[in-house]
Design a protein around this ligand. Structure first.
Ligand code: PMT
Length: 332
């Protein structure tokens, strides 16, 4: 917290009561000071290099139900969408701040973590030399993926910060959007994380593991404030902000996307359906009819990623956004 003394942008006093209450009711992230410094330095480097930058949030947040956490509530998301999107934007010259759920999928090395190509099936181990070898068949593929991952990290183009709880996520979302806001229109916020809608404030949480006494458990959950509103209106008002809407009923998807656009006044909502989210998505913007991005039957059969198609369209929208300063008429 000492990082924010005298920085009005982080003052809880000026926030809506429910948001300030939320920040006071969840623990501060463990490694916050170190990660905050890295985020600040990353923002400085992006600004110096005039680089286009994307903040990608990825994976699901958890809600602990005990202070000494044994149990928690989780949200659906493996982090595939965020990781694949990070790959696309890194390969297209962007700096990427990857805010991801601990142990979820990572750009490039995600290919080694998938079930059908499990990394460990590539390896053999020589105990005398303490070395692991990759079989010849996969040597090139594995080293390419590792080298890309490592070189983007080493060159400072990819910064990774992880969260686990919804509290940690919202602390880092605030820090990332505020610090990167100096990039103005050069920044995209791509909020693909599946964020918990409810949480248990610290003062209502059991200290120790809740004991089962052969009876049911009733827990009261408070609503998590919707921080997208603050991101768009206060923390990074010039960024091109993209949120996601995940639904299970196709009949309400478009309406929910439109409601989200009308509530937050941001640039793009990407709607997707749980049953089919890897095969098609729909783009809702304030000024254009809904636009669907679909994989072909062949692409579905071949397990081709949809994220490069999403990335390509988004990159175009961002370019148009950057080319139109606020005082000119935009039609994106
Ligand atoms: O990771 P994968 O397994 O590949 O799955 C990807 C996905 C299906 C999870 C992804 O495509 C997706 O849809 N993510 C958003 C899920 C969702 O419905 O989020 P939400 O309704 O909780 O939030 C809507 C939007 O507001 C999201 O962009 C979220 O990041 C943002 N939000 C939500 C709550 C909150 N307190 N603050 C927020 O900013």
């Amino acid at each position: 917290m000492e990082n924010h003394i005298n920085d009005k942008r982080y003052s809880l006093e000026d926030l809506p009561e429910n948001v300030a209450k939320f920040y006071r009711s969840v623990p501060f992230p463990h490694d916050y000071a170190t990660n905050f410094k890295s985020i600040k330095e990353f923002a400085r480097q992006c600004q110096l290099s005039h680089s286009k930058t994307i903040l990608i949030t990825s994976g699901g947040t958890i809600v602990p139900i005990e202070k000494n956490m044994v149990r928690y509530l989780d949200n659906f998301s493996g982090g595939g969408r965020g990781a694949a999107t990070a790959e696309y934007f890194l390969e297209h010259g962007y700096h990427v701040l990857f805010l991801y759920r601990k142990n979820s999928l990572q750009p490039f090395i995600r290919h080694l973590m998938l079930h059908d190509t499990n990394f460990f099936t590539f390896l053999s181990y020589n105990p005398e030399q303490h070395l692991a070898y990759v079989s010849d068949t996969y040597k090139e593929q594995v080293s390419n993926l590792f080298m890309k991952w490592k070189s983007y990290i080493d060159s400072g183009r990819l910064l990774r910060v992880h969260f686990e709880t919804v509290g940690e996520y919202l602390y880092y979302l605030r820090a990332s959007t505020i610090e990167l806001s100096t990039l103005k229109r050069n920044m995209i916020i791509f909020a693909a994380a599946a964020v918990s809608d409810f949480y248990i404030p610290l003062d209502q949480m059991s200290e120790h593991k809740i004991q089962s006494k052969n009876e049911g458990l009733t827990i009261n959950l408070d609503p998590v404030p919707k921080l997208l509103k603050l991101v768009v209106s206060e923390w990074a008002p010039d960024a091109y902000t993209v949120s996601f809407k995940l639904e299970t009923d196709i009949n309400i998807l478009d309406a929910k996307c439109q409601t989200s656009l009308n509530s937050y006044h941001h640039q793009l909502v990407i709607g997707n359906l749980l049953s089919d989210y890897k095969n098609w998505v729909v783009f809702h913007t304030p000024s254009k009819p809904a636009m669907y991005i679909r994989k072909t039957e062949q692409q579905i059969k071949d397990h081709v990623d949809i994220e490069p198609m999403i990335g390509e369209r988004l990159k175009d929208l961002h370019r148009i956004y950057c080319d139109h300063p606020p005082h000119t008429t935009t039609n994106h």
